[in-house]
Design a protein. Structure first.
Length: 100
């Protein structure tokens, strides 16, 4: 697995999809198992009802809704706004310029 990962990281074109490329390249050499759906909820292929059981939420691009990642996070996970505001306050206090 490490050898295939190393080969893929040397190709700048594969880095954009390394999370997809690595399993695709090794699937014939290593057994690959799928996690239960609650481990990775994505709006594109999961129901709204199943979101309450999600352990992780993937802010994958929904082809139906053209929006940025922050807007998507605020809509899908409303608590995100609170965390984002806290982080912005910490960064401002530390002297970092926060783009709004």
């Amino acid at each position: 697995l490490r050898e295939v990962y190393q080969q893929l990281t040397e190709d700048p074109h594969s880095l954009a999809n390394l999370d997809q490329d690595l399993p695709n390249y090794v699937q014939h050499q290593l057994p690959i198992f799928s996690l239960p759906p609650e481990w990775l909820w994505c709006e594109s292929w999961c129901s709204e009802e199943s979101k309450a059981r999600a352990k992780t939420i993937d802010m994958c691009q929904n082809p139906v809704k053209k929006e940025g990642k922050l807007q998507q996070a605020r809509r899908i996970a409303p608590e995100w706004t609170k965390y984002d505001e806290k982080l912005e306050a910490i960064m401002t206090k530390a002297g970092f310029h926060v783009a709004g």
